[in-house]
Design a binder for this molecule. Structure first.
Ligand SMILES: C[S@@+](CC[C@H](N)C(=O)[O-])C[C@H]1O[C@@H](n2cnc3c(N)ncnc32)[C@H](O)[C@@H]1O
Length: 195
């Protein structure tokens, strides 16, 4: 019987665009890009978002954006925002000449003017504000993804010995149906569908 490692295959080839973004991020010393497991989840969900739009709060160096772009349906729009000019410039360079992708250099709130989103990767500004901060950016039936939570088997989930209030707020909000998905050893993402 094959061993159960709790991991997705690590040697599965990456899309060329993602490889390029990861190289750019590494060259800039940026270590906060999403994991490959999260990226594959984003690409898969982007494929269900129809004409979109698809949004990302916190572009970083474009790794998450590249995964979202990989799954984007033909004709759909992808909007990503980062307040850090260097990060936004790197992401902008990656998608130069791609009419499907808009990169904003701004606070995350600027993304509201391009929504409401069918899929929203909430990965920078806005994340700490919980559902109250970003619900207005999400179309009915739209999906929000938040990554990088430490796995916790009990209820309520804890982090550092304290109740993880941010995670509880997403998992119990009446406006969403939400679950946690394992995205690597000891880490989970939240996937929340707006009712
Ligand atoms: C975790 S990184 C994003 C990684 C990226 N989504 C990826 O998967 O490769 C978070 C980003 O959010 C940006 N950020 C933080 N606060 C922000 C705000 N208020 N508005 C816009 N961007 C913000 C940071 O500059 C940083 O680049």
């Amino acid at each position: 019987m094959p061993q159960r490692t709790g991991r997705a295959p690590v040697n599965r080839p990456l899309p060329p665009l993602v490889m390029r973004a990861k190289r750019d991020a590494a060259a800039a010393g940026f270590g906060r890009s999403c994991r490959d497991e999260v990226g594959r989840l984003l690409a898969t969900l982007a494929g269900t978002a129809g004409a979109g739009p698809v949004g990302e709060l916190g572009s970083g160096y474009g790794v998450g954006t590249a995964w979202l772009r990989t799954g984007l349906a033909p004709g759909a729009r992808l909007v990503t925002v980062d307040r850090d000019p260097a990060a936004a410039a790197a992401t902008g360079a990656l998608f130069a000449g791609d009419p499907a992708v808009t990169v904003l250099v701004d606070d995350w709130r600027a993304a509201a003017g391009h929504g409401p989103y069918r899929l929203l990767f909430c990965d920078g500004g806005g994340k700490q504000g919980g559902p109250d901060a970003v619900t207005g950016l999400v179309a009915p039936g739209g999906v929000v993804v938040l990554d990088d939570f430490t796995a916790s088997s009990g209820w309520p989930p804890t982090f550092g010995g304290e109740v993880d209030r941010l995670r509880v707020s997403w998992l119990t909000d009446e406006r969403f149906l939400a679950t946690e998905v394992g995205t690597g050893p000891g880490v989970v993402a939240i996937v929340a569908t707006r009712r």
